[in-house]
Write a protein that binds this ligand. Sequence first.
Ligand code: SAM
Length: 215
Amino acid sequence: MEDSYKHRGMRKALIRILTEKGIDDHRVLQAINNVPRHFFFEKAFLEHAYQDKAFPIGEGQTISQPYTVAFQTQQLQIQPGERILEIGTGSGYQACVLLEMGAEVHTIEYNKVLFLKTKRFLPKMGYTPQFYYGDGSKGIPTQAPFDKIIVTAGAPTVPASLIKQLKRNGILIIPVGNNKKQKMVKLTKASENKLIKKAFDNFSFVPLLGEEGWG
Ligand code: SAM
């Protein structure tokens, strides 16, 4: 698939929409501008690639809305070289955005079909995060600690394992709520027993499954 002049123009238009919606971190916008989102879409659905909306990717899952990706990424304040854990690899789009920001990305997916598909597909685009298959609600203890953790599925509560696997001054961004809507929550680990919490608007994610998710 090619990344044509037309696709790049559509991406620029998407960046304008994200800016109007309040995304102002230039590095986040640049990263989104660098990832050809249409590569994640079947040919028949290409015109949906640069609309600001989530889209089905099979297995009852979705590629997140660009605004959501931008919002969560902006809250993480990613610095090059940081170790990031992403829970919910899905299509791999969010992982690509994190890689574009120079992060070392560890991404875990619970659905085997999506895990295998994305693990095969992303390197073809030149993106090589570390892929893991399993229940990310428990984090990845063998790879911890992480500078930042991003959860891209809706959780009933904040999993204790994720807080534990965060470095001091690390940031966790996670949607918390019921299976229809969730509040975006940002936790900063000021010290081993002090968390600074900030809650944002409602978002709508597919549920976080697994032991520390919905089961
Ligand atoms: N970040 C993805 C992207 O860029 O396309 C979108 C993720 S999609 C909204 C949520 C993903 O979380 C789904 O692929 C789902 O299978 C996965 N998921 C749900 N529970 C999980 C768990 N406990 N561990 C890892 N992945 C999980």
